[in-house]
Design a protein. Sequence first.
Length: 480
Amino acid sequence: MASTFPDPRASAPAARAATDRPTRIESHGIDHIPDDERHGHPRELFSVWAAANVNYLSLVVGGALVLMGLSLWQALAVIVVGNLFWLLTGVLAVSGPAAGAPSEVITRAMYGVRGNRVNNAVTGWMISVCYFALNLAAAAGAAFALVEKTGVHAGTGVKIAVVLVIAAVTLTIGVFGHALIVRLYLPITIALTAAFGVVGYAVLRQADFGYAPDAPLTGVDLWATVVAGVTLIASGPLSYTTSADFSRYLPATTSRRAVIGWTALGGFLPSIVVCSLGALAATVVDMTDPQTALEEMLPGWFTPVFLLSLVLGTIAINAMTAYSAGLALQAVGIRIRRSLSVIADGTVAVALTLYALLVSNFLDTVSNVLQLTVVLLGPAMTVYAVDIALRRGRYDGRALMDETPGSPFWYAAGVNPAGAGAVIGGAVVAALCVNTAYTGPVARALGGMDLALPAGMAVSALLYAVLTRRAGLRTRTGAR
């Protein structure tokens, strides 16, 4: 049995037909979506992913590339290459319609029933909650500035109220779930595109298209910075190992190419545009404080709209994060309804955010930790993508629901040695190559060049393919 509590009211045929509507709380958790409840078109995925990526963080990351010492055109090239990783996010999404299950369950095929609980606890729940807290803090900063512009002093009480309001809106979307996300994110995408269109016009008018740093990087320093920049950009799409969560309601016969294309395009296009605007802005203003710097470039009347768009964009990305974190909590083995698991995740994230904003520099610590997540997320996404390739995208969602020792995904004592070994091996190699919060021995020997991302992904892909084939390629079991 799956560790979830679907709404018992959804058991009747009439009720089941209405389980995925924007006006009612989604009843499904990590349980299988029956064929008669599948609906929609893969083009819906474009606005889902676009709304989450027209955001403040992309502006910050784009500006950071110039601050790292790259010229404008070097930064733009890095932005394009780093965002190509959205193709992997799209590839992972094809498993959703195939299985009628979220990523948090599909990964049982890679790690085993018990091993997958550990996977969800770390790469699913813990990292998602930390990202939620960081994004919420960013949105709160913009909201505080917006409140100040109304003449209200943002004291401690006001800050707490602002964080709670933003969190409440975010969690409401996450609780209502899939249908509300699909319905809301098209108008959100349109609104954010309009707002960032004004930002783009202001930035393009003032940007220095011939910008180059006073002391251009060369040789090893240049390549080390380029690789670090690609890793920084790629960390965005790599953090979405859960893209099947938003495609699982599509019919099983849905075109795989369409799922890959609309998912990847939804993340790629807005990320390219917004990151590039951040890089362009950095050629004329100091992007160490992006919010203040960008306000200097914008017309005064637009500043409140700009701040509001930053909050809205963060709500969009955090609602998706909260939704997936709720599913991850269920997949860990905690028997709780999906709606309650989303609220539980949000409560933890809000507590971390308030502690960080009001008590300590905790967010700085969390931020440093998250810079290292590529060490784990790169191998995890690679194993997922390789498994899809080996199984040719075929998964039996009902078989994946079986958590008993008789399950085809029980493997050895509930753990798939191929998946566990590949992720651990890839993460170890990546850790030796990293140069972020600390410098690994390989990075030190290469003059500071951080090859954690390509090395970790390459090793995990090779290990998983070899170990899976040696184990007999269980693609015939539990695949349809």
